[in-house]
Structures are given as C-alpha cells and as structure tokens.
Design a protein around this ligand. Structure first.
Ligand code: AMP
Length: 387
C-alpha cells in the first residue's frame, strides 16, 4: 500500500475558485501547505494559499513546474484541459485521474459512460447540425433542452425548446459545436449525492441532499432530502457504482432528477466537491473538502455523519445590486453561518458566498436561511424558493 501524504506536505490545486478556497482552508487547518494554479491573480483560492501561480492552463511547462513543487495535484473544476492534467501527471499523482476528467467534462462521453454502466440517464440524442436537431425533436417531442456537449455548468450553453418556432434560435445559441438534446424532465425534485472514494477503494457518502434551482443555478440545498428511504438507497448505490467505475480518488457528486414515481435519472456528474455539499462544512463531522484532502492524500476517509439538519442558500452577485449587503443582518440568527469567497467583483449570477442554517428541523432551517438572506439583501424576500 502506497504511503499516505502527511501533514506538512504541499497539495497543488488546479483552479482557483470557491471550491479550491474551501479545500485550501480545510487543508491548512490540517497542517498542509497549498499551491494553486490558474490564469488569474488574487483569487478566492489564492487568497488562502501558500503560493498562487498565475499562468495559462496551456502553458504546459508552467504546469509541470507547478506539479514538481507539490506532493499531489487535485482540481477544483472539471474543465481543466486534458493536456494540462496529463502534463501535471508527469511530475506528481493527479487525483482524481485525468481519465475521469475526460469522461465528465463532455456531456456525451459522460452519458455514454453512464449508459454503458447500466445507470439511468435522461433520454437524449447527440446533435451536430440543425437537421439533426430537427430529427431528434421529431423523436423526443417538446419541450426539450439543447445543451452544448462541453464546458457547460450552471445552465450555461443551454436552451429550452418549447415549440418548433424556437429551433433556429436554439441552434444559433448552442451550435455549431456538438450538442446534446435532452427530453425535458417533469421532475418531482432534484437531489444529489456527494461521495468520496479513497486510494484503497473505500467509499463514503453524505446521504441525499435536496436541491432547488432558480434560473438553472442552485439556489437552496437541504439535508437530509425529503425523499423515500428506497429512493435514497437507490441514489447512494448509483453513486457507489459511478465512483467505482470511474476509479475516482477524491470526491464526486451525482446530480439526479427524482421522477414523480420516485425513480431516479442522472442529470450530471461533477468529479469534485459540489455546491450542494457546502453545507457539510458546518453540518458534518468531516466536510466534503476535508474528505477530498483525505482521499487524495491516501489518508483514511472521515465520518460523513450529519450532526444536525442543515439548509444552504447561495449568495449570488445580483444581491449586490443595491450596494454593499448588510453583513450584520446576515449574521443576526445565531445558527446561520456566513461564508464569503473573497471575489473582487460582484456580477449577476456569480456565486459570491453562501449561508448555512443549522437546526433540528429541516423546514425551519430553510426558513432561517431565507430570513438571513432577506435581511442580507434588505428586503422581505422569504418566498424566493419552492423548497
Ligand atoms: P445542468 O447545467 O445540466 O445541471 O442544468 C441546470 C439545471 O437546469 C438543472 O439542475 C435543472 O434544474 C434544469 N435542467 C437541466 N436539464 C433538464 C432537463 N432535461 N429537464 C428538466 N430540467 C432540466
């Protein structure tokens, strides 16, 4: 068995956003050093790292030099180009491996992998031209969602097609690169399973988290999810299969649609800590970020026990429209925790931070998170979500 990478060692993170920041905080708390690599400076991750390298992902010499300075390389977003991951792996282990990135950074490859593994995905068709789109719509019907096959997240590169009249506009928006046409799922709710797999194949999961999206971006998450024990068990078993088949060493999130009969369809995979798992920072024995650290360092995985029900609300840049938010109001409830990512500019839709409400009662947590958010934006905005 390989020797674990112990505290005192340096971990390299490709990417420099909030996921890397929370990972770096967890790593530094355990006595590791953190280096981060991305094209930007003064980044959310860089601000809490020992070293921030600002270089292009295409600068493979810089990538190799970065990897030479660390004991293991991990990443905080899945769109790290494959050659970058390959160059890093010449100098240090990359965990999860570049092959898992390759599969999950392209919707068609990801769906083909899931289908081959016998796992349930939303009905879809590969589309490479307007004619193929029209043919796929004939089969799938309306409404449907056209998604670019690569580099999509948070609903970017997507177009909902409600009727034949929208088809040209959809193709103009998403084509001409390869795309995926998905049937529109009339789901009961959306859920996710955040899970981790160790170097030795050990597996842990955080149960099922319930997610509510607004404008295709995550708005509120709630743990535990309000679903049947059978659906929860099925979701965890699917996640176990995905992590094993992809040979993940690290954290991966499976996002699902729950149909009205309780059956599950996989929406997508994220081979890293996930926004829906942010509540684990405050609510679980081991956060998803510490879990990623333990996994990539070859340490034993930590307990995922949920110490108390929790709800998380994202703070998007739109909240800055009326000027600097009211920080004191956001902290008024003693059981609501404020997280800010240190981003220098607030833009609409940009994830600037989140609030986590903790308490025995799940519904009350959502209410508390909303109240904190309402105070935060200075308006009585309690009914913003469906949850
Ligand atoms: P994605 O970026 O693919 O995760 O999509 C973002 C969000 O858009 C999802 O979390 C859903 O709320 C919604 N969405 C995406 N695909 C579908 C679909 N096929 N049917 C219904 N809603 C969808």
């Amino acid at each position: 068995m390989e020797k674990p990478i112990l505290p005192g060692a340096t971990i390299g993170v490709l990417g420099s956003g909030q996921l890397g920041r929370m990972f770096a905080i967890a790593a530094r708390r355990m006595g590791y050093r953190v280096h981060t690599f991305s094209p930007d400076s003064d980044t959310p991750t860089g601000q809490v790292s020992d070293l921030e390298v600002a270089a292009s992902y295409d600068d493979l010499d810089a990538v190799r030099e970065f990897a030479r300075g660390v004991s293991v390389v991990t990443f905080e977003f899945e769109n790290v180009p494959a050659p970058t991951a390959a160059a890093a792996s010449e100098e240090a282990p990359v965990r999860p491996a570049g092959s898992a990135l390759h599969t999950t950074q392209h919707r068609l490859r990801e769906k083909a992998f899931l289908t081959a593994a016998g796992l349930p995905v939303t009905p879809y068709a590969a589309v490479n031209s307007l004619d193929e789109l029209l043919a796929a719509l004939e089969v799938q019907g309306y409404p449907a969602i056209l998604k670019s096959a690569d580099f999509g997240y948070d609903g970017k590169g997507q177009f909902r097609i409600n009727s034949p009249e929208c088809t040209d506009a959809a193709w103009a928006a998403v084509g001409p690169s390869p795309a995926v046409l998905e049937s529109f799922v009339d789901f009961d709710r959306e859920v996710s399973v955040v899970a981790a797999r160790g170097v030795d194949g050990s597996f842990v999961h955080y149960g099922v988290i319930e997610n509510d999206h607004k404008n295709r971006v995550l708005d509120v998450s709630l743990a535990p999810a309000r679903i049947s024990a059978k659906t929860a068990k099925d979701a965890v078993e699917i996640a176990r299969t995905v992590l094993a088949r992809l040979e993940i060493v690290g954290v991966l999130c499976v996002e699902f649609f729950v149909a009205r009969d309780g059956s599950l369809l996989i929406n997508e995979l994220a081979p890293r800590p996930h926004n829906s798992g942010h509540l684990t920072f405050d609510a679980c024995v081991t956060s998803q970020f510490e879990q990623q650290l333990r996994a990539v360092c070859g340490l034993p995985l930590g307990s995922t026990e949920l110490l108390c029900p929790a709800a998380m609300a994202n703070l998007l840049g739109d909240l800055w429209d009326g000027g600097e938010p009211d920080w004191a109001a956001a902290c008024a409830s003693p059981s609501v925790k404020l997280h800010l990512y240190g981003k220098l500019a607030a833009r609409p839709g940009r994830k600037m931070g989140h609030l986590t409400a903790l308490g025995k009662n799940a519904e009350e947590n959502v209410r508390q998170a909303r109240i904190a958010l309402a105070g935060y934006v200075g308006s009585a905005n309690e009914n913003r979500t469906r949850i």
